[in-house]
Design a protein around this ligand. Structure first.
Ligand code: GLN
Length: 189
């Protein structure tokens, strides 16, 4: 099993460390030619969605990755990654992959510039650590989107078919349960 981790910007190394510790080999996606290698999983890390979206287009990686997502590759998207997947962004005009029927709000969860830690329910696992950094949340979820966490009244985790989107950063906490769950789950029909 091989995971491709988008490595243009943001917190990608932390995901690689978590996945490697579970025996998953990781490939960093830095340029178009990296997409020629085979991989079975895709990780879209936190960072700045505007920068990532721009680099994906400039480096001509956008269409291939969008097609892989539409083809059903299993995706784990955290924070900025959630914004890349959303098909509507309330406070940004530019959309990116737009493969997940959710409306997100950027920089919306918690204090504007703040980050915070909490422990809350993630439906499949119970209480897990959650670190939020200028996080988006899901304002509206389309039909067939399964809501997996609602933290302080906001949707902070959801999945749709092959795509799991999290407002928080599991890669920053010392807890592997979410990754273990993600690796063993089958995509929703
Ligand atoms: N604020 C970032 C954005 O809008 C997301 C923050 C994060 O990924 N930690 O893209």
């Amino acid at each position: 099993m091989k995971a491709a981790v988008l490595a243009l910007q943001g917190a990608f190394i932390e995901h690689e460390k978590k996945l490697s510790s579970l025996g998953i080999s990781c490939l960093e996606l830095r340029e178009k030619s990296d997409l020629e290698q085979s991989f079975d999983l895709l990780v879209l890390p936190g960072g700045e969605s505007t920068v990532q979206g721009k680099l994906l287009r400039e480096l001509d990686m956008f269409d291939t990755l969008k097609a892989r997502i539409e083809d059903g590759i299993k995706v784990l998207a955290t924070c900025a990654g959630m914004i890349l997947l959303a098909d509507k962004i309330e406070n940004d005009q530019r959309l990116h992959f737009a493969t997940m029927p959710v409306t997100v709000k950027r920089n919306a969860y918690g204090r504007q510039l703040g980050s915070f830690y909490t422990e809350d329910q993630f439906k499949p696992l119970g209480k897990i650590p959650m670190t939020f950094i200028r996080a988006p949340y899901i304002k509206e979820a389309g039909k067939d989107v399964e809501i997996l966490a609602t933290t302080q009244g906001r949707i902070t985790a959801a999945r749709y078919k092959n795509q799991l989107a999290l407002s928080f950063h599991p890669e920053l906490n010392d807890d592997l349960r979410l990754y273990e769950w993600w690796l063993r789950e089958k995509p929703l029909p």
